[in-house]
Design a protein around this ligand. Structure first.
Ligand code: MN
Length: 321
């Protein structure tokens, strides 16, 4: 989108000498990390800052590329000129941004609108984009090989190796790889690294513990897990049409659900998650095929409700046909 590109280019010109902070969502993934890193390449005085943990593919890539960042909660808004948020539009995943109210200068994201929206002075939202990295790759006026490589890795990772992608996604990947001087295999190794032993074991345990139901011709798997709910839901959805993995967070007294659907499923999971969350005083959203929610209720009840809400929506699809 041309208008978006113009917003971005005049932004980097205006703030080229400013002390900005570039942040993203908690449980930082490759799209978040690499998008922030790429934006920093054109805002030389900016620092990267992230909340809590980083997922392990992002962690290894961050170490490999020697990318430096600060824990965002340690930074004082008064010491900086403003905040740029990438790959995130919700305070749920970046609660630290609340301290920056009025200083959020720019948001660049591809997630759906939600009720806890982070609104920047400028907002570049493209829900059609399959990654934030591919939005940014179309904007940047120049690339170092490292930035192009990081964007390649993020595009491969956030599309789940092209489970989603529009023609421009492939164009941008090809362009970034060429600019990086590296080949696809090398990017793929960072985008989809081999899992650690404990994670492989959790996925296999989850397969053993899951419950399976069939509604309107679709297989639905639910499971309660002690950790790694998004890894579990994405792994199970290699086979089940829809997977819901729930984890009980004792400190917060809430359940976190991660859900994934195969591309044949005609229901939008972000809507299912938003509905379940609203019934249990939580928040939910995400993408049609990959979504999540929090809920102030025990995991077994929340999972039951996830299946019911999904089943109702599946039946309604049948009716409309
Ligand atoms: Mn993303």
């Amino acid at each position: 989108m041309k208008a978006h590109k113009e917003i971005f280019l005049s932004f980097i010109q205006k703030y080229s000498n400013s002390k900005l902070v570039i942040a993203s969502h908690s449980n930082v993934d490759l799209d978040a990390l690499c998008s922030a890193y790429a934006v920093k390449s054109v805002l030389p005085k900016a620092v990267l800052a992230f909340p809590e943990k980083m997922d392990s593919p992002a962690q290894s890539f961050c170490e490999h590329m020697d990318i430096e960042y600060e824990p965002i909660e340690k930074l004082k808004p008064a010491d900086y000129d403003g905040l740029v948020v990438v790959d995130c539009s919700t305070y749920v995943l970046l609660k630290e941004a609340k301290a920056w109210k009025g200083k959020v200068l720019l948001v660049i994201d591809h997630h759906h609108k939600n009720e806890n929206m982070i609104e920047g002075k400028e907002n570049i939202r493209d829900e059609d984009a399959k990654s934030t990295a591919e939005i940014i790759s179309t904007f940047l006026p120049s690339f170092t090989p490292d930035v192009a490589f990081a964007l390649s890795v993020a595009i491969i990772s956030d599309t789940a190796r092209f489970k989603s992608g529009k023609p421009s996604t492939f164009v941008e990947l090809a362009r970034m790889l060429e600019l990086s001087g590296k080949d696809y295999k090398e990017a793929l190794e960072f985008a989809e690294p081999e899992l650690e032993l404990d994670k492989k074991a959790s996925v296999l345990e989850a397969f053993k513990a899951m419950h399976i139901s069939i509604r309107s011709g679709y297989t639905i798997a639910t499971v309660e897990v002690p950790a790694h709910e998004s890894l579990v839901s994405s792994s199970i959805s290699e086979f089940a049409d829809v997977a819901f993995a729930a984890n009980w967070r004792g400190e917060a007294k809430e359940t976190r659900v991660s859900s994934r659907a195969r591309k044949s499923v005609p229901v939008m999971l972000n809507e299912v998650m938003a509905q379940v969350a609203s019934e249990y005083r939580g928040s939910g959203g995400g993408h049609p095929k990959a979504a999540g929610c929090s809920a102030k209720e025990k995991p077994n009840k929340v999972l039951e409700r996830c299946v019911e809400v999904l089943a109702e929506k599946l039946e309604n699809v049948g009716v409309e046909k």
